[in-house]
Design a protein around this ligand. Structure first.
Ligand SMILES: Nc1ncnc2c1ncn2[C@@H]1O[C@H](COP(=O)(O)OP(=O)(O)O[C@H]2O[C@H](CO)[C@@H](O)[C@H](O)[C@H]2O)[C@@H](O)[C@H]1O
Length: 635
């Protein structure tokens, strides 16, 4: 496969090598940009119209006129980029860490909510031990931009992260806004989630190049210390989930999320919601000195818009952007003809364009995405930005995922009293119609039925699992081939296999609570959440040793003297049926014949700190580094 495309996810990775494109998009003065393919002429006119977002209700012109970058704006080549990217990355992370610790924190901003106590030496340990996170020394204004945010919208881990991380950041004293679409799909259980929001009645006009000007409106609520902002536009009002309906992915997703990204750039400038988090009456905007965290390709135009439409005109000079890559295999790739629909100046084409030369491989945490196997075509770009590439293991929502209080499970339990877990298992077997047999090992799987998650590995292993008397429950939806194969397996092994095709959060909780172990043969898994949920519930993960799975699961070793160090599960590699079966055999022997060891495994998993407070500290560090670094894109 080869073709001229652009990838939104690639923008931040490429921005250190930005070059003015020799083919520039001519923007006609009447506002109708000629199609990119037909208009690859340099535009020398200084009279290009404003690319943006015209006026707010106060008539503010938020996005100034476009200009082209100067030759001097092309960033210098990074000398370390020629080295082995992994070595370079590790070296740089060490350097970065020591540099950061040597630099005095920047003073807090004027409009920051004060954290009350600042941060003092010695407070962190005390704060963590009593469940209160330490306060940031230099509170920031943070704007998260995401296509999904739980509980309003969730199709996977991104929704989970965006529902929790902002709250954790607010708890550390930062002022936090989350910008996401207001999805109305006609399903009352979905739509009523948006019914209590306040209409901010702030209409902003965005400029989407060839697609014209579009008005968006904003809805808002303030809860758990966070300003949740919802962008309202007709493209978010259709049946289906955030990305697709029964006929497949929406054809205008790049356009839909360009709107989100542009609207998010306007939100800190235009929305008068700045007072909520400090308990003052709202009435002022966040302002320009903000840290944007763009999530995945849907929001990855944010840094491009900031640089191309604002910073070069003196707005957002002190703002910085961080791109969080949750899943590099989704990149927002579009044919070149649609570049003109983004509302970016034509000289930005080179920053987004790339040749697709075949995509395959395994991706993992930050080290892996700099390799050919893991970079999904962006490995060179990511390796060249190794100095600003970091990996963070996510946390989980300890209130939602708590075996002591879980509203979805039939019984509750603690690491000190695990009896409730047996009840959860029996009830789960009954719920799905498997024999209620406590002596049958029960394995679970939860996830999208796609290549990444390895459902084919499980399907291939099902005859072997059934022949061992093991029971398996699979919850997921996705690729029709896997759904059909699972239904067939259920028919072939009625006492051992159940598949629940669909997306069902309560059932996912009951599987996590009721199973003895959780299978995760993901081919790549940048972080992974289900293994964290599982460990919190004393359900032992058996997972492919990749990315975040390898980082968070310690394979059981009974010969380690200190029980607490014996491990939390099993990892295996490569991700194929036989290797997974071998790992399951190890687990089964332990589960069956060494119950005490199994309980050690359960308790080791349950006693870990899986909270967001831990991860939030790591995000905060990266945000601080980003605020200290100069912008990489031309201004
Ligand atoms: N059928 C179903 N019914 C109910 N719930 C279901 C479900 N299928 C999946 N889920 C839930 O959706 C979430 C998926 O989380 P993953 O970590 O597997 O993320 P995902 O691959 O979407 O995202 C990417 O982003 C996240 C966050 O950074 C990374 O952890 C991950 O490695 C990366 O691939 C979990 O909460 C899971 O329980």
């Amino acid at each position: 496969m080869s073709g001229r495309l652009f990838a939104l996810q690639g923008e931040i990775a490429r921005s250190s090598a930005l070059r003015p494109c020799s083919r520039r998009c001519a923007t006609a003065s009447d506002g109708a940009c000629t199609r990119y393919t037909a208009a690859l002429q340099p535009s020398e006119s200084k009279g290009n119209r404003a690319v943006s977002c015209s006026a707010s209700k106060k008539g503010r012109q938020a996005s100034p006129q476009l200009e082209r970058p100067t030759a001097g704006s092309v960033a210098e080549k990074d000398p370390l980029a020629e080295e082995d990217p992994l070595t370079a990355l590790m070296q740089r992370q060490n350097e970065q860490a020591s540099r950061a610790s040597a630099i005095e924190p920047e003073p807090a901003q004027q409009m920051h909510v004060t954290n009350g106590n600042g941060s003092q030496n010695g407070t962190e340990d005390i704060a963590q031990s009593n469940g209160t996170p330490p306060k940031a020394e230099s509170p920031m204004d943070i704007v998260f931009v995401s296509s999904e945010v739980a509980p309003w919208s969730k199709t996977g881990g991104l929704g989970d992260v965006m529902g929790s991380l902002p709250v954790a950041m607010a708890r550390r004293g930062h002022r936090v806004m989350v910008v996401t679409p207001r999805y109305l799909n006609g399903d009352s259980s979905n739509d009523r989630k948006y019914s209590d929001l306040t209409d901010l009645k702030t209409k902003i006009t965005l400029d989407l190049g060839n697609c014209g000007q579009h008005d968006v409106n904003f809805f808002h609520t303030h809860s758990q210390g966070v300003d949740w902002v919802f962008v309202d536009h007709a493209v978010y009002q259709r049946a289906g989930n955030p990305y697709a309906d029964q006929y497949g992915a929406f054809g205008d997703n790049v356009f839909r999320f360009s709107i989100l990204s542009q609207a998010a750039c306007e939100a800190p400038l235009q929305l008068n919601i700045g007072g909520f988090s400090s308990g003052q009456p709202p009435g002022f905007p966040y302002g320009e000195r903000v840290l944007f965290m763009a999530n995945d390709w849907h929001a990855s135009l944010v840094p491009a818009y900031i640089a191309a439409k604002y910073r070069r005109h003196g707005v957002y000079k002190d703002a910085r952007a961080v791109l969080a890559i949750h899943n590099l295999s989704h990149q927002g790739v579009e044919v070149a003809e649609h570049f003109g629909d983004l509302g970016l100046p034509g000289d930005w084409y080179g920053a987004l364009a790339w040749e697709v030369i075949g995509l395959c491989g395994v991706v993992g945490l930050c080290l892996e995405i700099t390799t050919v196997e893991g970079g999904w075509g962006l490995h060179d770009n990511l390796a060249s930005r190794a100095s600003v590439l970091n990996g963070i293991v996510n946390g989980i929502d300890l209130n939602e995922w708590n075996p002591e209080t879980d509203e979805h499970t039939p019984a509750h339990y603690t690491s000190g009293d695990l009896s409730g877990k047996s009840k959860c298992k029996a009830e789960l077997q009954a719920e799905v119609g498997l024999p209620q047999d406590e002596n049958a090992m029960l394995l679970g799987f939860i996830g999208r039925l796609d290549h990444q998650k390895g459902p084919d590995v499980i399907i291939e292993a099902l005859p072997g699992l059934a022949s061992r008397g093991i029971q398996v429950i699979i919850l997921g939806s996705g690729d029709e081939r896997y759904e059909t194969a699972l239904r067939q397996a259920e028919h072939d092994y009625p006492n051992n296999v159940r598949s629940w095709i669909g997306f069902n959060v309560p059932v996912s909780h009951r599987i996590v609570a009721g199973c003895d172990a959780l299978l995760m043969p993901s081919r790549f898994e940048p972080c992974g959440l289900n293994q964290l949920f599982a460990m919190r519930y004393g359900t032992v993960p058996i997972a492919h040793a990749t990315g975040g799975l390898r980082d968070t699961i310690k394979t059981f070793d009974p010969f380690v003297e200190d029980k607490a160090e014996q491990g939390t599960g099993w990892t295996f590699s490569p991700p194929d049926a036989n290797t997974m079966l071998a790992a399951v055999d190890n687990a089964r022997v332990t589960w069956q014949d060494h119950r005490e060891s199994w309980q050690t495994l359960m308790r080791n998993g349950m006693s870990q700190d899986l909270s967001w407070d831990r991860s939030a500290g790591e995000y905060e560090q990266i945000f601080q580094w980003a605020m200290m670094d100069p912008p990489v894109a031309p201004s």
